[in-house]
Design a protein around this ligand. Structure first.
Ligand code: MN
Length: 194
């Protein structure tokens, strides 16, 4: 059976997924997933077929789940590649029209490729219009958010370090400072210009 051959390739215990994903003692969040999730084994299969609508064999989709603080809206996450032998992970996020990712910053970087649709992003002080196949780099400690602002989904691949620090959320003062930029204020109101 293929599954058992891939479970412990060198007779070693694989680290629990959750402990690799977020800093220790981090509260459960959108980013965490159950330890020993079935997809951990599926990710070592040599081939996983794509399905319609940006789904893949053996990849669990975290469904829409709105935080009571409304930090994000209508965004799903699929972990495509994650393995103890790789320093990075590749995820696919999809934001439904009108939805957005969390406005946050952290030490780890993001390398993003827009795979589906269009929208806008905030990176630092810059609001950018996004089209399919565009690339976005989020440097360390840079405020960033992705929004599906153009009446269609915004789907993107996001490469990150497997070991990464917990995202920081903006204080009221941080948001006020960002809103002094008219383009950022419009973006945060989901009405970006151009
Ligand atoms: Mn981030």
């Amino acid at each position: 059976m293929v599954r058992s051959a891939h479970t412990k390739p060198h007779g070693e215990e694989r680290p629990k997924a959750a402990s690799r994903t977020m800093a220790k003692n981090a509260a459960p969040s959108f980013e965490t997933r159950p330890a020993g999730a079935p997809q951990d084994e599926a990710q070592r299969l040599p081939h996983r077929a794509a399905h319609d609508d940006f789904r893949w064999d053996g990849v669990e989709m975290r469904p829409y789940k709105e935080d009571e603080r409304a930090l994000y809206k209508s965004i799903t996450r699929q972990v495509l590649f994650s393995d103890p032998n790789m320093a990075g992970e590749l995820r696919y996020f999809e934001v439904a029209p009108g939805g957005f990712s969390t406005l946050e910053r952290h030490d780890h970087m993001h390398a993003v490729l827009i795979l589906r649709g269009s929208g806008h992003c905030l990176v630092g002080d810059a609001v950018k219009s996004l089209e399919t196949n565009d690339l976005v780099t989020v440097a360390p400690m840079t405020w960033h958010q992705f929004r599906a602002t153009k009446g269609e989904p915004l789907g993107f691949l996001c490469m990150v370090n497997a070991e990464r620090d917990k995202p920081q959320l903006p204080s009221a003062e941080d948001v006020a400072r960002l809103r002094k930029h008219p383009a950022i204020a419009a973006f945060l109101d989901n009405k970006p210009k151009a």
